[in-house]
Design a protein around this ligand. Structure first.
Ligand SMILES: [Zn+2]
Ligand SMILES: [Zn+2]
Length: 633
């Protein structure tokens, strides 16, 4: 029998062909699936080729995906036990759970969920083995016809000739599925069905209406409870609700998908933009501004017409079509072409914050998270191939500073060459190798999504984790070997010959609108001092202290501190509560004694009453505390 060589976490292992990953001695106790040469596989599926092998647990997103998808099968099995006439549609995993679309003679309601959960728990207790079957088309059609699964027969008919057809069996239940799956139902330690809705089969209203059942699952009860509490907390922190409550932004029917920034929200927005601007200026970026409407010829040339047309806002004037820009890259390419560039001029780093528009269906719009008008901390780096490594290092440095500043841990995913790639193979290989080297050199935890890169270059996606443990894809760094081709960009190399630069598209926070929405929820509206739209609110106890309060405000403003005076004729307790609700970080209560002694009584949002401080001392201390982090002075 042939022997196979495996590389498991850097260890070389030799095994006979046909070995199951579950049989390897290196398997961690909590393994759910395994990554073999870039493919996620079942622990019980025999291996017939050697190579890179990595076990996946619930802490890997690919591992969670297998767990949740297996939970969807569990749900389907439970429904079939309760309603044998049910017909199965499809049941994918979601970021935080799963759903299954099932046809039933009578649609289900939320009231049915506890009963289904009970049946699911029963199957978990039975700890059924989950087994993969590979079938011929005829066998598959017969199997699902016998089970009355007409939707599955429809799916089988659409599977291309020659493709492997597989199904997964657990006890009396079989589902058509390419997998992979958990080895046993008993691993699904905790589950909760959350919601029921209707969905047309394959999204087409001419098709039958299915019942869509949503749920989530975890290895243990404690993690599930934590997750459910987080969902409740997330509802309280909804950025649309807090945005209105804190007077940050609003939306109007007259301009769907575009935010109206109230003074405080706009302050916040500008702080983010300035933060980015200062970080980038320190690192050799040059800011430019380019037009926002272009003749469609440009979108044809850039390829956006073919791939992005449905998201372009088009305008017709003088019998000519023009489009509002969804991104800055083509404009930057035009600028690159304006003059002859030498190898010494590279890297050329262009930053731009101008408005961008992308058409999104009205139904898809969601507060600041999904808009039609937005701005990015966007930049394009035009580099020589030998500069990719160093520039990527610099970009990841920026990522690190930004996410550390906001107290957000982050994870990086590297997407590599797809089968339909374009460009030179040698350049791809080099770029992918160097990207991995840079990630390792920075000590970053990263995951590889093999073959998931764009056809024009590999990319890094950064997922920031917020204070509720939710993952948000924010930064992207995309290498591009194609756009420089399309725009015929060249630089003169050391030997005098013309060469193509490589383009790096990168955004660190991404859409500033969306990032701000994420920050509102991450901080629950209680922004850190440096970022708070109003940093200090002065609360005079009576109107006799108004002049003193105004003079303190003037001194704070001259020192760059954002301050308000609450001159309303209200009791001091009321003013303090209001400032607390507005989440102002620092409050200065000033009464007659404060004025006489040139002091302020300091209260902070987090620590409450800190007592009287000499005014001069406070002025020095607040400037120090309010400093923007991460910036050199
Ligand atoms: Zn499946
Ligand atoms: Zn770009």
């Amino acid at each position: 029998m042939a022997t196979l060589q495996f590389d498991i976490d850097g260890q070389k292992v030799e095994k006979a062909a046909g070995v199951k990953p579950a049989e390897l001695t290196h398997i961690p106790e909590d393994a759910l699936a395994v990554w073999v040469n870039g493919q996620v596989r079942d622990l019980n599926r025999p291996l017939n080729e050697g190579g890179q092998l990595q076990f996946l647990t619930f802490s890997d997103s690919a591992g969670r995906h297998v767990f949740r998808h297996s939970s969807a099968h569990l749900l389907a099995q439970a429904v079939k036990r309760l309603w044998p006439e049910a017909k199965l549609g499809t049941g994918p995993a979601l970021e935080d759970g799963f759903y299954y679309d099932i046809w039933l003679p009578e649609p289900l309601t939320e009231g049915d969920l506890p009963r289904i959960e009970e049946a699911m728990r029963e199957i978990v207790k039975e700890n059924l083995g989950i087994e993969r079957l590979e079938l011929s088309r005829e066998e598959a059609l017969e199997l699902f016809a016998n089970r009355g699964e007409s939707f599955k027969q429809e799916i089988i008919a659409r599977i291309p000739e020659g493709a492997i057809i597989s199904a997964y069996r657990q006890g009396d239940f079989v589902d058509l599925c390419s997998g992979p799956h958990l080895p046993r139902t008993g691993l699904i330690g905790a589950l909760k069905l959350t919601q029921v809705s209707g969905a047309y089969w394959r999204g087409d209203e001419k098709n039958p209406m299915m019942t869509r059942i949503y749920g989530t699952s975890f290895p243990d009860q404690e993690s599930l409870q934590r997750h459910l509490i987080q969902i409740e907390e997330a509802k309280l922190r909804d950025h649309r609700k807090l945005g209105a409550q804190l007077d940050l932004f609003s939306f109007h029917e007259e301009a769907p998908g575009f935010a109206f920034w109230q003074p405080k929200g706009h302050q916040l927005y500008r702080l983010l933009e300035d933060f980015s601007r200062r970080l980038q200026a320190d690192r050799g970026y040059q800011e430019v501004a380019t037009p926002w409407i272009f003749r469609v010829g440009l979108w044809h040339r850039s390829g956006h017409w073919d791939h992005y047309r449905d998201n372009l806002f088009l305008i017709e004037r003088e019998d000519e079509q023009q489009g509002v820009k969804p991104m800055n890259c083509p404009g930057h390419c035009l600028m690159f072409r304006e003059s002859t560039r030498s190898y010494r001029d590279l890297p050329w780093r262009l930053a731009e914050y101008s408005p961008l528009s992308r058409y999104e269906r009205s139904g898809a719009l969601h507060g600041l998270m999904r808009v039609r008008g937005f701005h990015q901390d966007d930049a394009h780096l035009f580099v020589r191939p030998d500069q990719i490594r160093e520039e990527m290092f610099g970009v990841l440095d920026l990522v690190d500073i930004v996410y550390r500043t906001f107290d957000m841990p982050y994870e990086v995913v590297l997407s590599t060459r797809p089968d339909d790639y374009m460009g030179e193979l040698a350049l791809w290989d080099r770029a992918e190798r160097e990207l991995e080297e840079v990630l390792k050199a920075r000590g970053l935890k990263y995951q590889i999504n093999p073959k998931d890169g764009a056809f024009y270059g590999p990319k890094l996606d950064v997922y920031a984790v917020d204070s509720l443990g939710r993952r948000w894809q924010c930064a992207t760094v995309q290498l591009d070997f194609q756009m420089p081709e399309k725009f015929e960009l060249e630089y003169v190399d050391q030997d005098g010959s013309p060469k193509r630069p490589v383009m790096i598209h990168r955004a660190i926070m991404g859409s500033l609108e969306r990032f701000l929405g994420i920050l509102v929820e991450h901080y629950a509206g209680a922004f850190p001092l440096w970022l708070a739209p109003v940093q200090v609110r002065i609360l005079p106890i009576t109107d006799k202290q108004h002049d003193y309060a105004r003079s303190i405000a003037g001194q704070l403003r001259r020192r760059g501190i954002r301050v308000e005076v609450d001159e309303r004729n209200q009791k001091i307790g009321y003013k303090i509560r209001e400032a607390q609700v507005a989440k102002v970080p620092e409050m200065l209560v000033v009464g007659g004694r404060d004025e006489a002694g040139r002091t302020v009584s300091l209260r902070t949002r987090e620590d409450g009453d800190l007592g009287a401080k000499p005014l001069e001392e406070y002025l020095i201390a607040i400037v120090d505390r309010a400093r923007v982090p991460g910036l050199a002075d």
